[in-house]
Write a protein that binds this ligand. Structure first.
Ligand SMILES: NC(=O)c1ccc[n+]([C@@H]2O[C@H](COP(=O)([O-])OP(=O)(O)OC[C@H]3O[C@@H](n4cnc5c(N)ncnc54)[C@H](OP(=O)(O)O)[C@@H]3O)[C@@H](O)[C@H]2O)c1
Length: 267
């Protein structure tokens, strides 16, 4: 009789579109790990801990809109997630729910290929911007947040991160411009007014978009200005790789990472 597999899931609503199962299952297969990773459509985020434990899941990832609920319901939160106040990874440690945020270090890995980055303009102020801005700050990289509206800026003010809305923005010279807004995800909008973008793209060297799998209008404009560009695929991959290490309690090697990347691309 075959051994019962450890079960891992991604919680989200919706969750049907998620590529995490294909990525993690490819990783499990690559290292011959006795695990299976599935999708779990979760409607009420407040039930996340009970659902996780009652189903005997060994680990989980958490996506929109449950990252904050997952943070609030965990038994223990580790690392930068305590400041971000949102988590994307759960681990079952002897019946206790331990939570991490791997989006933040995943972003740092993804921008490593640009080389040295000292000053960043971060467009957007949502959950992803919170994780990215704190990861940059922790790495001593200067970060300024620019958002369409004022409502979400209080988090950044509380963490002493420079921030403004489009109306009162004064541009400086940045190495890297990051789009963490959802502009360009399902539409053809730029993430901020064209005038601002033209100004900051003139002196920047790199542009990164959290949206993956397409050249967004933001990346297209950066390319026109001769910036080196990158979409969000590596960020998605590395947050997955880091979660995979928590799941399997093993360090992944390059071959496993490549198997996960291929699966993500559907190759
Ligand atoms: N690659 C990855 O691994 C990865 C991981 C996480 C997220 N993402 C992507 O990152 C993006 C943001 O996710 P999130 O969870 O941070 O979303 P969120 O919490 O809903 O925040 C969305 C942000 O985008 C801004 N925004 C939305 N539409 C805009 C527009 N047309 N023009 C300018 N600003 C606009 C919002 O501004 P207001 O405050 O004014 O509404 C807000 O700051 C999404 O596209 C998501 O798919 C990628």
């Amino acid at each position: 009789m075959s051994e019962i597999k450890e079960t891992f899931v991604i919680f989200g609503n919706p969750v049907a579109h998620s590529k995490s199962p294909q990525m993690h299952n490819a990783g499990f297969e690559n290292i011959d790990y006795n695990g299976i990773y599935k999708k779990h459509l979760l409607e009420d985020g407040n039930t996340i801990k009970d659902v996780f434990l009652q189903n005997h899941y060994e680990g989980a990832n958490i996506t929109v809109p449950h990252k904050e609920f997952a943070y609030e319901n965990a038994d223990e939160v580790r690392g930068l997630a305590n400041e971000i106040k949102a988590v994307n990874t759960y681990i079952n440690e002897n019946g206790k729910v331990i939570a991490y945020n791997t989006d933040a270090p995943g972003f740092l890995y993804a921008i490593e290929s640009f080389g040295e980055v000292k000053k960043v303009l971060l467009l957007g102020a949502g959950g992803t911007a919170k994780a990215i801005s704190l990861a940059l700050k922790q790495s001593d990289i200067d970060v300024t947040v620019l958002n369409r509206s004022k409502g979400k800026l209080s988090f950044f003010e509380e963490h002493n991160i420079k921030c403004s809305t489009w109306d009162n923005f004064v541009a400086e010279d940045y190495d890297l411009i990051v789009n963490s807004t959802s502009a360009g995800l399902k539409d053809e909008y730029l993430p901020c007014p064209e005038g601002i973008l033209n100004e900051v793209l003139q002196s920047a060297s790199f542009a990164f978009d959290c949206v993956y799998g397409k050249v967004t209008p933001f990346l297209a404009k950066a390319q026109e200005n001769d910036l080196k560009i990158k979409d969000g695929e590596d960020m998605l991959l590395y947050q997955g790789v880091l979660a995979f290490e928590y799941f399997t309690k093993e360090n992944v090697n390059d071959e496993t990472i490549e198997s996960m990347r291929k699966a993500l691309k559907g190759e």
